[in-house]
Design a protein around this ligand. Structure first.
Ligand SMILES: *Cc1c(COP(=O)(O)O)cnc(C)c1O
Length: 628
């Protein structure tokens, strides 16, 4: 599996997962293609980074490509429009973007702007998200869909926003909420637009299995639905119930799960219509997945369908069900988040140093060395392709014995150091054979031989789903892809947490426990990119070890192959992260200064060193939390 490929970059499977957005250029650098201008040449990503570096913007950073966001919004809206036209569906599509998937102002503002021609709206799952939604001028026909558990304040704001022209839909999530909503809107005397969330019984597969089916935490069952209809009718509000909502969970891997769920949703819809509910909108929630691995299969980080197929399936299924029940075709609403924003952001960081798990040469055992060191050294004499497993076993046995001797004081530090060097040299020889003699080694063995590349980022801050739910994202070196990678590594982050490492990678041949990389060059940075991180990663992240937000840069790809810097947001300073955990940076400076002054009083420190110490403390507190 480690056999050098004729074209080195093919190892990474970029053609599979790159979606014609991420490509390899002739000079071996990763290039960004502009999907809005498919004929324009790719722009070198390392070149963009060098340019940003000159402008004083450093890695680690999140790079947002505005053109990708615009492309995805166009794409989903056009795919629905095409499907609607193709089958002569008699309803519209009105998508909404769920703010929770990426709440950053730079993202939401652009989504609203790019979505205007399509009457694209927003979905709010909480009060703060509704506050964000209501700060945007949406197209006249666009919706704001309010999901989640709502208190009086939330319901009042949503209802009142109708008065200034917003099409704000309050989705009833539970029987209790129905009571609160009736009370609030009667008090306000404003007609709301209501929705109701139904709980589908179909179970989907994939990571979000739990959020579908009987035991999902949201939505109403048939019994609750019936009593909701009765209550609204009694309160004279049934005519306000316009939308039916359901949500399957995220990243649905199998398009047939989508079909089944849509079909079930239609059953509720047509039954509610038969009950006399004047529904006009069918909201099918999120779940449209992203093919992170490029496998095109119904596996956890992949999907077995395209957006176009998804749209066609939804439109056809709804049309069929409505026609069968002789119900007017509803306006279709989806709340796709992941599929709209994932591709538009990438995380970029540099490799700081490498812990190599091998040594080019080994010192021979010396006179007086323990005989086990000679035994270990002797392996160098019989290592060969045929005896690889035996050599591996022997080397590990002797090394472990020698460690035990060292712990008990039978050999000294220098002998132990010689033993470790010989061991690492043996590992180098084993790796050489596995690379060139087509020996099959297990993934597990391979990962135990891998180097550790120490990288300038925090897994907990920037890739929380990789840490928490084993989400896979494509990760590749951004340069030297015309040279065969000569090493294999796992990536370790800058936190002091042993959990802060990445050891599952998407390669052309499948998922691997180590990543092919190059020996670190002396004369230039070695950048790594993690792709499709625009969904969920930016705000789920935490402040482990107090590594804060990274720098964020938004760019647009120009038609001529250049780029425009649209926006730069500096990452957190140390002073900022201190305040998040309730330390007052000023107090910290004062406390440190007091200790410096006391040291001067006692004569432990010279007065002239005060400036030096205070300067060092202040520089740190005002600086970036990452390695600079
Ligand atoms: C999270 C969420 C979404 C977004 O789901 P994606 O899979 O990212 O498209 C949509 N609707 C609701 C109600 C959600 O909770």
């Amino acid at each position: 599996m480690n056999i050098p490929h004729a074209v080195p970059h093919e190892i990474y499977g970029i053609d599979k997962w790159g979606k014609d957005l991420i490509v390899v250029m002739e000079n071996g650098e990763i290039g960004l293609k502009n999907p809005l201008n498919p004929d324009a040449p790719a722009i070198s990503l390392p070149e963009i980074l060098r340019d940003l570096e000159d402008r004083g913007v450093h890695v680690p950073m999140i790079l947002r490509v505005s053109s990708y966001l615009e492309h995805e919004i166009r794409h989903i809206n056009e795919c629905f429009a095409e499907a609607i036209e193709r089958v002569a569906y008699k309803g519209d599509y009105r998508g909404v973007f769920p703010i929770k998937v990426n709440q950053q102002a730079q993202v939401v503002d652009r989504i609203v702007e790019f979505g205007k021609p399509y009457n694209y709206g927003l979905e709010a799952g909480s009060k703060p998200e509704l506050v964000i939604a209501l700060a945007h001028r949406l197209a006249k026909e666009a919706l704001i869909v309010c999901n989640g558990i709502k208190d009086e304040e939330f319901i009042s704001l949503a209802t009142l926003s109708r008065k200034i022209g917003f099409n704000t839909v309050i989705v009833l999530e539970s029987p209790k909420e129905v009571d609160t909503v009736i009370e609030v809107v009667q008090k306000l005397g404003v007609e709301p637009i209501l929705g109701v969330r139904v709980k589908l019984t179909n179970q989907i597969t994939g990571k979000w299995e739990e959020s579908s089916g009987d035991r999902s935490t949201f939505g109403m069952n048939t019994d609750q639905l019936v009593s909701t209809v009765d209550k609204l009718r009694d309160a004279g509000l049934l005519h306000c119930l316009k939308l039916q909502h359901s949500h399957l969970g995220s990243q649905v891997p199998d398009v047939n799960d989508v079909r089944r769920a849509v079909s079930e949703a239609c059953r509720y819809y047509t039954e509610l219509c038969a009950e006399g509910v004047p529904l006009t909108h069918l909201d099918l929630g999120g779940g449209l997945g992203v093919d992170y691995t490029g496998e095109k299969s119904a596996t956890e980080s992949s999907i077995n369908y395209t957006i176009r197929e998804y749209c066609t399936n939804v439109v056809e299924t709804v049309q069929y069900a409505m026609d069968a029940a002789e119900v007017d075709h509803p306006t279709l609403v989806t709340e796709s988040g992941r599929a709209v924003v994932a591709t538009s952001s990438m995380l970029i960081f540099n490799v700081l140093e490498a812990t190599l798990y091998d040594a080019p040469t080994a010192p021979a055992a010396q006179e007086g060395d323990h005989h086990l060191i000679s035994d270990l050294w002797a392996i160098t004499g019989y290592i060969s392709a045929e005896r690889l497993q035996e050599c591996w076993n022997d080397a590990n046995f002797y090394r472990n014995e020698l460690r035990a001797l060292f712990h008990r004081g039978y050999i000294d530090l220098r002998q132990m150091a010689r033993a470790e060097r010989i061991y690492l040299h043996l590992m180098a020889r084993i790796k050489h054979h596995t690379a060139f003699d087509a020996i099959s080694v297990t993934e597990d063995q391979m990962s135990r031989l891998a180097d550790i590349y120490h990288c300038n980022f925090s897994l907990f801050q920037s890739l929380p789903d990789v840490w928490a739910i084993d989400q896979l994202h494509p990760m590749v070196p951004l340069q030297m892809l015309n040279q065969t990678p000569d090493r294999r590594a796992v990536l370790s982050d800058i936190t002091c947490d042993s959990d802060g490492k990445v050891d599952r990678f998407i390669l052309n041949d499948g998922i691997s426990r180590s990543l092919p990389v190059h020996s670190l060059p002396d004369d230039q940075p070695y950048y790594m990119g993690v792709f499709y991180v625009g969904a969920y990663q930016e705000t789920l992240g935490d402040l482990h070890n107090l590594f804060g937000d990274t720098n964020v840069v938004t760019i647009d790809l120009r038609a001529d192959g250049g780029f425009d810097l649209l926006h730069e947001q500096e990452g957190d300073t140390i002073s900022e992260v201190l305040s998040y955990v309730e330390f007052d940076p000023q107090d910290c400076v004062a406390a440190f200064r007091k200790m410096v002054d006391e040291a001067i009083s006692t004569g432990a420190l010279k007065s002239k060193d005060r400036k030096l110490l205070m300067g060092a403390y202040r520089d740190s507190i005002n600086g970036y939390t990452y390695y600079e």
